[in-house]
Design a binder for this molecule. Structure first.
Ligand SMILES: [Zn+2]
Length: 84
């Protein structure tokens, strides 16, 4: 397991700098989905481009992304206080 992946599995890590997004996408396995055009917002289902990704979440199944629509981020976190 890479150092970045290990860090991402720690709940204290809440955000990354924009320059690190690429590395985060690689470490979480989301980069392949993005490249294939199959990465979707976990909330609204919209297909994401790199510029649309506002948030990467750790979920029960692994990792997921949210789009830049503020509703997707706020509703996801407000419902339970944690990403589902
Ligand atoms: Zn969305």
């Amino acid at each position: 397991m890479s150092e970045l992946r290990r860090l991402l599995n720690r709940t204290e890590v809440k955000a990354v700098y924009p320059d690190d997004v690429e590395a985060v996408l690689e470490a979480t396995g989301l980069a392949a989905h993005l490249t294939a055009g199959k990465l979707r917002c976990r909330r609204c289902g919209r297909v994401l481009s790199r510029a649309d990704i506002a948030c990467v979440l750790r979920t029960r199944e692994g990792f997921a992304a949210l789009c830049s629509d503020i509703e997707c981020c706020t509703s996801t976190f407000q419902e339970t206080g944690e990403p589902q």
